[in-house]
Ligand binder design. Structure first.
Ligand code: ADP
Ligand code: MG
Ligand code: MG
Length: 918
C-alpha cells in the first residue's frame, strides 16, 4: 500500500495504531501529525465537538522541502480526505449551493507561537459567497468572510502584505465615519471585496484564484514553505529545535464566530498560566473570527464573564477543559469558537506558563493525585527554579517611586518579573543592543513574530495594545521575560522614537531608563533597586525541592567563603561547603596590612609576625562558617591566587614612583613605594595563572599554609567544644605531581595534630586535593593514594585542557568559536554560512568529550587506587544542569555551586537520577 501522508482526525488514532504497529503515545502522534493535528485527533477521538478535519503529515513537509514537490500520493490522499469531510459535513468543496469552507493551519511538533499563519474561510469565491449569504441569511457576513479570506490568502500564501488591504479598510471606515469593522455598511463591504480583487489582479497580473482546489493546493505549499521562513528558522535556532522536524498541515471545516451575538471566539487555559492558580483563565470575544482575540484589536471579556452571557456554553466548556486536563494530565491551553450558540473546540495543547506557575501546577497536580511526585519533579525545568530565586523590585523603593510620581502607567500584568533598562522601539535594535549585553526594554504598539529575536534579547517588553493572550504576552510568558501589555494610557510613536504618557504628556525617549514590573503590570520612570527572594515563603518550591531530595543520589554542596553566604546556602538546602576560598579573608581590610607585610618580609621572623596577626582574622571567619554548617562538612581550600594580587598593581606603582621622584624625591612615601615596586617586580610573572600559585605558593612561602591550617583547626576545635558538630576538610589546590601533595599534606597534618593536642579535642577531618591540572587527572592513581578526597576545579581544568586563558578567550575569540566563523560563503537566501567550532561555551557547560573524559578517567582510577576516595566538583559547572547530569552519570559524590544555584542543582540532580532509571 502507498505511504500514508494524510490522516483524518476522526480515524487518526486507529490509523496511527496501524502505521506504528501499536497505540501511539502522545509524543509519537505529535511527531507525525504535529501538536495541533495530534490534539485535534485526540479531541475528536474523545467525542468532543471538533469541526471535521484532516492532517497532512510532517514527513510530507520534509519530503516537499527536499524535492519542491508534493510526495507521490499526497495530493490524491488529500482529495480523498476532503471527500470524507464532505460526507461528514454534508457540504461540498466549491459547491454553489452548500459549500464547504475550511481553514488551513500549520502545526509543528512543538507549538511555535505565531511562527506560521492560518488561512481562514478557504473555498470562497463569487459563487460560494452567494451560497454562504443565503445559508447564513447574512449577506454582510458573507462579504466580511470573503474580504478576510482575500486578505489572509494574499498575505500568507502569496506574500502580498496585508497592510495594503487593511489600509483600504481603514480608508473605508474613515469615509463612513465608523470605528469598528462590524459598523461598516453592506455597500462598503461589497465595494471593498471588489477593490481587493482588483488590487490582487493589479499586483499579480492574474485574477484571485477562484478554484477552491487551487486555493487549497497553494495554501498547503505555503504552510510547508513557512517552515523554512527566516522567522521560523530564527525561532528554532533560539530554542534549539531541529530544522528537520517539519510542520504538519491541518485542513479543518470552518465554523464561524462572527455570526452575531450568539457567536464568538475565545482562548483559555485550564489554570492561570501566570500564577498556577486552579481556575479557568482566558478571554472571549463576541461576534469575532479567528485571531481577533489574539490581535488585540477589540478588548475581549474575561472567560468568567462568559458564564453570565452564555451559561450553558460556559458549563459545557468548563467540563471539556476538565476532561482535557485529565486526559493530558497537565494544564491545557485551548482555542474554541461558538457558532450560533454551539461550542466548537479548535485546539488544545499543553500550556506555556511562568516559572512560578510551573512549580505550583506541578505540585498541585501531584497533590491532586493526577501525577506522581517523580513526574512533578521532572516537569519543572532547572532554569525555572533559578528564575524564582531572582530578585524583585524593593517594595519600599517602588512605593517611593510611586510617591515621586514615577509610576507612569499601569496595564496588564502579562508576565511577571522585574526589569530595568533603556527604552528601545525597534526589535532589531533591541536584538543588537541586547546582544552587546546592554539592558534594554522593548516598547512596541504590539508585537509580531518578527519581533521575537529582539524580545528575547531584551530584559522586558511593554506594548500599547493587546490582551493577556496577545502575541507579546504569550511570548513573554513562554520565555520568562517580564512583560506589561495593553498599556493604552501611553502612545507609542515609532517615527519619533518615543512614547508619551497621555495623562501627563510626559515623553519617554529612546535610551531613557524605565522599570517594568510584569507581575503587577506597572511601568516606572527610572531604575528601581531590587531585593532578594524570601525562599522560605515559596512553599510550593520548597515542597517540590523536598521531593527532589528524596530522589537524587548526588549530593549538593555550596561554594561559600563567608558565614552569611554559608547560612544562605544552607537555607537553600546545601549539604555542606564544597569550596571555601580563603583568599577572600586575605582581601579583608582588617588583614590587609599584615598580608602586605607577610609578602614583603625579609626574614622568617618578620613573616611569622605578620602571619600571627592574620591568624585570628581567618579563625574568626572559619568559626562563623562552621557554626552555619553545624553537622555538615566544610572544605577549606588553602591560598590559591598568586601573591601579587594582594599588592597594588604594578603599572600604578611605576606611575606613582615616577611622579614622586619629580615632586617629592626625598619623601618617606617614595622610599616605601620604591620598596613595594621592587617586590612587585620580583613577583611579576609572564603568566601568573600558571606561575607561583596554589600549592606552589604554600610550598615556597614558609608558614603561610601552616597558619591557615592552624586557624582552621583552632576554629574547628573551639566550635566543637561549644557543641557544634564540625567536619573539617582541608583542600590542597593546583597539585600537578603527587610529591607536592605528599609534602604539603605531611606538613599540614602535623599542624592539625598539634592544634588538636593543644585544644584537647579531636575533630573529624580529611585532607584532599583539587584536580585542576591535567597532569593531576592523568596521574590519579598516584595522587589518590595520598588524598582522602578529590574535588574537580573545572574552571582551571577547562582552561588548561583547552589551553585557553578564560579572560583572554572570552574577549577575543571564544564567542566567535561558538557563534561560528564566517566562511565567506552564503546560502541560497544570501545569508552568510558560519562554521561553528564549539557548540557551547566550555566555561559554562562542561566539555564532556575532553575535560569530561579527564573527569571520568580520574574518578575511576582514583577510586580504584583508593576505594574510600570521595569525589566532587566545585567549578562553576557544579551549578549548570547539563554538567550536573554528567556528574551524576560519572558517579561523583556531590556537586558544589554558588548559594543561589543550590536549588537549581537539587532539581537537576534529581532529574538526572529519574531520567537514568527510565
Ligand atoms: P495558531 O497556531 O496561530 O494558534 P491556529 O491554526 O490555531 O493558529 O488558528 C488561529 C485561529 O484561527 C484559531 O484560534 C481559531 O480562532 C481560528 N481558526 C482556525 N481554524 C478554524 C476553523 N476551522 N474554524 C474557525 N476558526 C478557526
Ligand atoms: Mg497564528
Ligand atoms: Mg491556535
Amino acid at each position: 500500500m502507498a505511504k500514508k501522508w494524510v490522516y483524518l482526525s476522526s480515524t487518526a488514532e486507529k490509523d496511527l495504531t496501524k502505521t506504528l504497529g501499536h497505540k501511539p503515545a502522545l509524543d509519537e502522534a505529535k511527531v507525525i501529525l504535529g501538536g495541533k493535528g495530534a490534539g485535534l485527533a485526540t479531541m475528536t477521538g474523545a467525542g468532543l465537538p471538533v469541526p471535521p478535519a484532516f492532517t497532512i503529515t510532517t514527513e510530507a513537509c520534509i519530503k516537499y522541502m527536499n524535492s519542491g514537490e508534493f510526495p507521490e500520493g499526497m495530493w490524491d490522499q488529500t482529495l480523498e480526505a476532503l471527500g470524507e469531510i464532505e460526507k461528514q459535513t454534508g457540504k461540498n468543496f466549491g459547491d454553489p449551493k452548500n459549500p464547504l469552507l475550511v481553514s488551513v493551519r500549520s502545526g509543528a511538533r512543538v507549538s511555535m507561537p505565531g511562527m506560521m499563519d492560518t488561512v481562514l474561510n478557504l473555498g470562497l469565491n463569487d459563487e460560494t459567497r452567494v451560497a454562504l449569504a443565503k445559508l447564513s441569511g447574512d449577506e454582510w457576513f458573507s462579504y466580511d468572510a470573503y474580504r478576510r479570506f482575500i486578505t489572509m490568502f494574499s498575505d500568507i500564501v502569496m506574500d502580498y502584505s496585508r497592510e495594503h488591504f487593511e489600509e483600504k479598510l481603514q480608508e473605508l471606515k474613515d469615509k463612513e465615519g465608523v470605528k469598528l469593522d462590524p459598523e461598516v455598511s453592506l455597500e462598503g463591504m461589497k465595494g471593498l471585496v471588489a477593490e481587493y480583487k482588483r488590487m490582487y489582479k493589479d499586483h499579480f497580473g492574474t485574477g484571485f484564484p477562484t478554484d477552491p482546489l487551487e486555493q487549497l493546493r497553494l495554501s498547503i505549499k505555503a504552510v510547508f514553505n513557512s517552515w523554512s521562513g527566516a522567522r521560523a528558522i530564527a525561532y528554532r535556532e533560539h530554542e534549539g529545535i531541529p530544522h528537520d522536524w517539519g510542520t504538519a498541515v491541518n485542513v479543518q471545516t470552518m465554523v464561524f464566530g462572527n455570526l452575531g451575538e450568539k457567536s464568538g471566539t475565545g482562548v483559555a487555559f485550564t489554570r492561570d498560566p501566570a500564577t498556577g492558580e486552579t481556575e479557568l483563565y482566558g478571554e472571549y470575544l463576541e461576534n469575532a473570527q479567528g485571531e481577533d482575540v489574539v490581535a488585540g484589536i477589540r478588548t475581549p471579556m474575561k472567560i468568567a464573564q462568559l458564564n453570565e452571557v452564555m451559561p450553558d456554553i460556559y458549563k459545557q466548556f468548563s467540563a471539556v477543559a476538565k476532561q482535557l486536563e485529565d486526559h493530558y494530565r497537565d494544564m491545557q491551553d485551548m482555542e474554541f469558537t461558538v457558532e450560533q450558540g454551539k461550542l466548537w473546540m479548535l485546539q488544545t495543547r499543553t500550556g506555556k506558563r511562568t516559572a512560578a506557575a510551573a512549580v505550583k501546577i506541578a505540585v498541585d497536580l501531584a497533590q491532586e493525585g493526577t501525577i506522581s511526585k517523580e513526574e512533578a519533579v521532572l516537569r519543572v525545568r532547572p532554569h525555572e527554579v533559578d528564575q524564582l530565586l531572582h530578585p524583585f523590585f524593593d517594595p519600599q523603593e517602588k512605593q517611593k517611586a510611586a510617591e515621586r510620581g514615577d509610576l507612569i502607567a499601569e496595564a496588564l500584568n502579562a508576565s511577571p518579573g522585574a526589569a530595568t533598562g533603556g527604552v528601545v522601539f525597534d526589535a532589531e535594535e533591541a536584538r543588537k543592543l541586547g546582544g552587546e549585553g546592554k539592558a534594554v526594554i522593548l516598547v512596541r504598539p504590539e508585537t509580531a513574530p518578527d519581533d521575537v529575536p529582539g524580545m528575547l534579547a531584551s530584559k522586558g517588553v511593554l506594548t500599547q495594545h493587546g490582551g493577556m493572550t496577545s502575541h507579546a504576552a504569550v511570548v513573554a510568558r513562554g520565555s520568562n521575560l517580564p512583560g506589561v501589555v495593553g498599556c493604552e494610557s501611553i502612545r507609542v510613536d515609532l517615527q519619533r522614537k518615543q512614547f508619551t504618557v497621555q495623562a501627563t504628556g510626559r515623553a519617554v525617549k529612546e535610551g531613557d531608563i524605565i522599570s517594568i514590573d510584569g507581575g503587577a503590570g506597572e511601568v516606572f520612570w527610572g531604575a528601581i533597586p531590587t531585593v532578594e527572594v524570601d525562599y522560605e515563603k515559596q512553599t510550593d518550591l520548597v515542597e517540590l525541592l523536598g521531593w527532589a531530595d528524596e530522589f537524587r543520589t548526588l549530593g549538593v554542596r555550596t561554594n561559600a567563603d563567608l558565614p552569611h553566604d554559608a547560612r544562605r546556602a544552607r537555607e537553600f538546602g546545601a549539604e555542606g561547603i564544597g569550596l571555601c576560598r580563603t583568599e577572600h579573608m586575605f582581601f579583608d581590610p582588617r588583614a590587609r596590612d599584615a598580608v602586605v607585610r607577610m609578602i614583603l618580609a625579609e626574614t622568617d621572623g618578620e613573616r611569622q609576625a605578620a602571619l600571627t596577626e592574620m591568624l585570628p582574622i581567618q579563625e574568626k571567619d572559619f568559626e562563623g562558617v562552621f557554626e552555619a554548617m553545624d553537622g555538615l562538612p566544610v572544605i577549606m581550600r588553602l591560598i590559591d591566587p598568586p601573591m601579587h594580587e594582594f599588592l597594588p598593581p604594578r603599572e600604578e606603582l611605576i606611575e606613582e614612583v615616577a611622579k614622586l621622584r619629580c615632586t617629592d624625591p626625598k619623601s618617606k612615601e617614595l622610599s616605601e613605594k620604591e620598596k613595594m615596586l621592587q617586590v612587585v617586580n620580583s613577583l611579576w610573572e609572564v603568566n601568573p595563572m600558571m606561575g607561583l600559585r596554589g600549592c606552589r605558593a604554600g610550598i615556597m612561602y614558609k608558614g603561610l599554609t601552616e597558619m591557615q591550617t592552624r586557624a582552621y583547626f583552632q576554629a574547628a576545635c573551639r566550635c566543637s567544644k561549644r557543641g557544634i558538630k564540625v567536619k573539617a576538610e582541608v583542600m590542597i589546590p593546583l597539585v600537578c605531581h603527587v610529591n607536592e601533595l605528599r609534602l604539603e599534606r605531611e606538613k599540614l597534618e602535623a599542624v592539625a595534630k598539634q592544634v588538636m593536642k593543644e585544644e584537647g579535642v579531636e575533630v573529624e577531618h580529611m585532607f584532599g586535593t583539587m584536580i585542576e591540572v591535567p597532569r593531576a587527572a592523568l596521574t590519579a592513581t598516584e595522587i589518590a593514594k595520598h588524598a582522602q578526597f578529590f574535588s574537580f576545579g573545572t574552571n582551571d581544568l577547562t582552561q588548561m585542557t583547552f589551553g585557553f586563558s578564560r579572560d583572554d578567550a572570552e574577549g577575543k575569540f571564544l564567542l566567535t568559536y561558538i557563534e561560528g566563523v564566517d566562511t565567506g560563503e552564503t546560502d541560497q537566501e544570501g545569508n552568510p554560512i558560519r562554521f561553528q567550532i564549539l557548540a557551547q561555551n566550555p566555561f559554562q557547560t562542561l566539555d564532556q568529550e575532553g575535560v569530561g573524559r579527564l573527569v571520568r578517567m580520574c574518578t575511576q582510577e582514583g577510586r580504584a587506587a583508593n576505594p574510600d576516595l570521595e569525589v566532587g566538583i566545585c567549578g562553576e559547572h557544579g551549578g549548570d544542569p547539563a554538567s550536573i547530569k554528567f556528574c551524576h552519570d560519572v558517579g561523583l559524590n556531590y556537586v558544589s555551586c554558588s548559594p543561589y544555584r543550590v536549588p537549581v542543582a537539587r532539581i537537576a540532580a534529581a532529574q538526572a537520577k529519574l531520567l537514568e532509571s527510565k
